[in-house]
Design a protein around this ligand. Structure first.
Ligand code: SAM
Length: 298
């Protein structure tokens, strides 16, 4: 139907152009897309989205939509396609970047548990572990690791799922770190809803632990973050909070470390501020993105 309407619209335009009279698209009978959408009882936008799905989505998704499966919708599947396209575009841009890491940066494509880092050398661990309930063991590994690699007075700042705050504090204190303060990182992106607890979530907790006594500068405990895109990494954080904490909790040339580096967000903050940076990331795709992004800080 679309092909036919496009042909008819073309003929209308050609016939009209011979007359040399200005005319609106409405007078020409409307856009082919809108004509077809009306005929099949959809809005032009829904028609456009459905068309994209027909052209790009796998058969099983199309079947779900045709069967009116309530777990999905045209709008949802359209958003998925747009997201995947953005990711591919961003990934291609990143691939073009040269790898030329600054001297002060050491990155490991490995689980942090397997990486050797000199004891008592790190001033600040700032990190964003996985925080599903099943991943809580990672905080214990992190605690053991942090106690060894942090210098006396060094800090560990880690994001934490709201539900797991008390467990994480118990784990960290059990390994010898002192719980200093909970920070609130106010979301820059859309808020989410936890229906089971009836909460509209507006901030992410970040817990501050210290090895010994912190002697650095005073810091704020509420940071208004900014959404900086998550095309490359679903859980990418913003440099707003890491810029701030690295600035006030460390001095130039001290070591900042992120054992769950992802695409290297906190490494970017560290390098911008002339700190040494160590990062670990187990996933090779994220690791490669981090290498390229940290090599090309403008
Ligand atoms: C929540 S994401 C971090 C996102 C990061 N803050 C950013 O802005 O891109 C956690 C990352 O830790 C990585 N990871 C999980 N277990 C790990 C481990 N044992 N050692 C190193 N990296 C790990 C995951 O692959 C994931 O990329």
């Amino acid at each position: 139907m679309l092909e036919i309407e496009q042909e008819l619209a073309k003929i209308r335009r050609e016939e009209h152009s011979k007359s040399n009279q200005p005319i609106s698209s409405n007078e020409l009978g409307g856009q082919a897309r809108d004509i077809v959408a009306k005929q099949i009882g959809m809005s032009g936008t829904t028609f456009e989205r459905a068309k994209k799905i027909i052209e790009n989505a796998p058969e099983e998704i199309k079947k779900k939509l045709r069967d009116n499966d309530i777990r999905t919708s045209i709008s949802k599947e359209y958003q998925n396609i747009v997201k995947a396209e953005k990711k591919e575009k961003r990934q291609n841009q990143i691939k073009e970047l040269q790898v030329n890491l600054p001297e002060k940066v050491t990155l490991h494509n490995s689980e942090f548990q397997k990486v050797f880092i000199e004891g008592n050398s790190v001033s600040l661990i700032i990190t964003d572990p996985l925080y599903h309930e099943k991943d809580i063991q990672l905080y214990d590994d992190l605690a053991v690791h942090a106690v060894r690699v942090l210098r006396e007075g060094g800090s560990l700042l880690c994001y934490a799922g709201h539900f797991a705050i008390s467990k994480i504090i118990t784990i960290m204190e059990g390994r010898g770190l002192k719980f200093n303060w909970p920070m609130a990182i106010i979301h820059g992106g859309p808020t989410s809803a936890i229906f089971g607890r009836k909460v509209l979530v507006g901030y992410m907790p970040m817990l501050w632990f210290v090895k010994g006594k912190y002697e650095g500068e005073m810091v704020r405990d509420v940071i208004k973050s900014e959404f900086q895109g998550n095309e490359l990494h679903k859980w990418a954080k913003s440099t707003v909070e890491s810029d701030y904490f690295i600035k006030y909790m460390t001095i130039e040339n001290e070591i900042v470390y992120d054992p769950f580096m992802g695409q290297g967000t906190f490494g970017i903050s560290a390098v911008k501020q002339n700190r040494q940076f160590i990062g670990c990331e187990v996933n090779s795709e994220h690791f490669e993105n981090a290498r390229r992004l940290i090599s090309n800080i403008s």
